[in-house]
Design a protein around this ligand. Structure first.
Ligand SMILES: NC(=O)C1=CN([C@@H]2O[C@H](COP(=O)(O)OP(=O)(O)OC[C@H]3O[C@@H](n4cnc5c(N)ncnc54)[C@H](OP(=O)(O)O)[C@@H]3O)[C@@H](O)[C@H]2O)C=CC1
Ligand SMILES: Nc1nc2c(ncn2[C@@H]2O[C@H](COP(=O)(O)O)[C@@H](O)[C@H]2O)c(=O)[nH]1
Length: 325
């Protein structure tokens, strides 16, 4: 089994068939809707809040609201629908989460997307929640995870998940790999490849994306959507204050299983770090769009489907060749 990560791979160019990259279409159909690019900011408290969710939905981007303001989720769905926007929320698997699903059903509030988001998603607790959502809110598109194996993907799909989220431990704020010794950290792209081959429904690549080129690589290895945390956390529109240190600007990014999220040091699998301040998120999203258009041009196509077929080479840990990005 070949094992590699994002930085170990280069995609091999094909003959260009467009006159300008502006001709290239990066849109992706994911569930009931089509989005500008196959990218979603992570459903984490230092990455997304209500204002950003509204902006993303209004501007043709996918979003998934985090699940850490538990009681705000039902009003959030109501508000998004009143604004004429799609609602996309996260849930866990504990008893209170079943009550939320029941309440949404009682109020006929049907989120377009529901993401079941726990650390070890290949589990009966997730399977039970998928079945509950599909019974109570059959109109919602259910994304379930996280998993890191083909077996995990198949079991969640068989339980009724409409998409699965792949990535155990590759995240920048993650310490699962060192605390437990498990996960897809260091070989996330190869794990994505294995999961993609097993999947019969869309896959979300979650964690470990560090450059815009990694988005194209994720699509090559099976992703329909890429979830990104650290690259989004440092924007003007993401939650939290700007911090100045030695004349440089940063924002805080912490793991959803960190003590900062949990409020206690128990079963901690995440850490807190500073990420460079990057200005406005619209500029970053525009650059991702442009870079993806370029990627598709190198793939020799006009849309994302061209990326899925390109050849690749494994160039172990050498793509930066000593250069700093
Ligand atoms: N993608 C990744 O690699 C990881 C992501 N996270 C993120 O952190 C957040 C919190 O996740 P999580 O702690 O699962 O959420 P919750 O605290 O809501 O826990 C969900 C349930 O799963 C149980 N649980 C958690 N971890 C494990 C495990 N390794 N084995 C068995 N049961 C487990 C919990 O019980 P109990 O706590 O009592 O065991 C609880 O019943 C999520 O947003 C998740 O995505 C966290 C770690 C890894
Ligand atoms: N092991 C942990 N993983 C976490 C935690 N909080 C979030 N995450 C995962 O990371 C990705 C984002 O990864 P990035 O490389 O883009 O920064 C996120 O979507 C979660 O799946 C955590 O506390 N521990």
């Amino acid at each position: 089994m070949p094992v590699f990560d994002y930085e170990d791979i280069q995609l091999v160019p094909n003959k260009c068939i467009v006159k300008s990259r502006s001709e290239i279409d990066t849109r992706v159909k994911f569930g009931p809707m089509t989005f500008n690019i196959p990218v979603v900011p992570a459903n984490m408290q230092t990455v997304i809040d209500e204002d950003l969710a509204i902006w993303l939905a209004q501007n043709g981007y996918f979003y998934i609201m985090h699940r850490f303001d538990e009681d705000e989720r039902l009003p959030f769905v109501k508000k998004m629908h009143q604004l004429g926007l799609f609602a996309s929320i996260s849930v866990g698997v504990k008893e209170k989460e079943y009550q939320l699903i029941d309440q949404l059903a009682e109020h006929n509030l049907i989120p377009e997307y529901i993401t079941i988001d726990i650390a070890h998603g290949h589990s009966d607790t997730v399977i039970d929640m998928i079945k509950h959502i599909k019974k109570k809110l059959p109109g919602s598109f259910v994304i379930a995870g996280n998993v890191g194996t083909p077996e995990g993907v198949r079991e969640l799909e068989n339980a009724g998940a409409d998409a699965t989220k792949v990535g155990i431990g590759p995240g920048k704020a993650c310490i699962t790999k060192v605390k437990t010794g498990f996960g897809t950290g260091g070989w996330q792209l190869a794990a994505l490849r294995l999961c993609g081959k097993a999947a019969s429904k869309p896959i979300v690549a979650d964690g470990g994306i560090r450059t815009n080129g990694d988005i194209a690589k994720s699509v090559r290895f099976g992703a329909s959507m890429c979830m990104i945390g650290s690259m989004f956390a440092g924007h003007a529109e993401t939650p939290g204050e700007i911090i100045e240190q030695d004349g440089k600007k940063y924002k805080t990014y912490f793991g959803s299983a960190s003590q900062y999220q949990k409020g206690e040091y128990k079963n901690v699998e995440g850490k807190k770090l500073l990420v460079p301040y990057r200005g406005h998120i619209a500029d970053t999203l525009r650059e991702m769009h442009e870079d993806l258009q370029s990627s598709i041009s190198y793939a020799g196509g006009r849309d994302l489907s061209a990326l899925r077929k390109v050849d690749y080479v494994i160039v172990k840990n050498s793509i930066f060749n000593g250069d700093q990005y």
